[in-house]
Design a binder for this molecule. Structure first.
Ligand SMILES: N[C@@H](CCC(=O)N[C@@H](CS)C(=O)NCC(=O)O)C(=O)O
Length: 217
């Protein structure tokens, strides 16, 4: 059986879990505690020398980087979540890269400074926070325009691009990122969050975060 090494608050790990759910592949979810440095053990570093989750173990075939894992699994299942047609695939790649590089880059700054910095004793970097919010203001309208009159980001059906973006936007509420100006994103997000691929991962991001925040170290 597939094994996915992840953590409930890791958006790339959740992306992989959502992908595997959408592909309907059974898997074992192995929680790795970053706080307890379980990602730094010699065994873990042998799987991923970067010490980062997610990691996939497909019967001994080890893969890290969430995008590579998602593409590998979709191709393995011959799934339209990552289409084979050259141009369809290119569009999925385009929107996936846009989401991962620009939206995720911005969200990481906001989430780190608004949620995790205090928790791990780091100073809030106000400039980085402002940059993150400014990048969101710049890039979210592009996604919102794309979703005008469309149900999905890249194709007529669900693809890796949607799964990538929905995992990236998961912490919006807890990070106080207001999406209400982006009506198409809100409608798309509300719809996808009702789907089993999402619900089998979690109902929303805030619950695991609350547990994390109240857990004694
Ligand atoms: N580009 C990587 C990012 C992975 C990543 O940053 N994982 C974080 C958790 S969200 C991690 O494992 N951090 C632990 C560390 O760096 O020590 C991917 O998409 O898989």
């Amino acid at each position: 059986m597939l094994k996915i090494y992840g953590a409930d608050l890791s958006t790339p790990a959740n992306k992989v879990r959502m992908m595997v759910n959408a592909l309907d592949i059974p898997y074992e979810y192995v929680r790795v505690s970053i706080r307890d440095q379980e990602n730094r053990t010699p065994e873990f570093l042998q799987m991923n020398p970067n010490g980062k989750i997610p990691v996939l173990d497909d019967n001994g075939f080890i893969l890290f980087e969430s995008g590579a894992i998602c593409r590998y699994l979709a191709d393995k299942q011959n799934s339209s979540l990552y289409p084979k047609d050259l141009k369809q695939r290119a569009l999925v790649d385009q929107w996936t890269d846009f989401a991962v590089i620009h939206i995720n880059g911005a969200m990481n700054r906001v989430v780190f400074n608004r949620i995790f910095a205090k928790r791990i004793g780091r100073k809030i970097d106000e400039q980085s926070l402002r940059d993150g919010l400014a990048f969101l203001e710049k890039f979210l309208p592009v996604v919102d325009d794309r979703l005008e009159g469309r149900d999905f980001l890249a194709e007529d059906g669900l693809t890796l691009a949607d799964i990538s973006l929905i995992s990236i936007l998961d912490p919006c509420e807890v990070a106080e990122v207001d999406l209400s100006a982006y009506k198409n994103i809100v409608a798309w997000r509300n719809r996808l969050r009702q789907e089993p691929f999402y619900k089998k991962c979690h109902d929303e991001y805030g619950e695991p975060l609350k547990k994390f925040m109240t857990k004694k170290t």
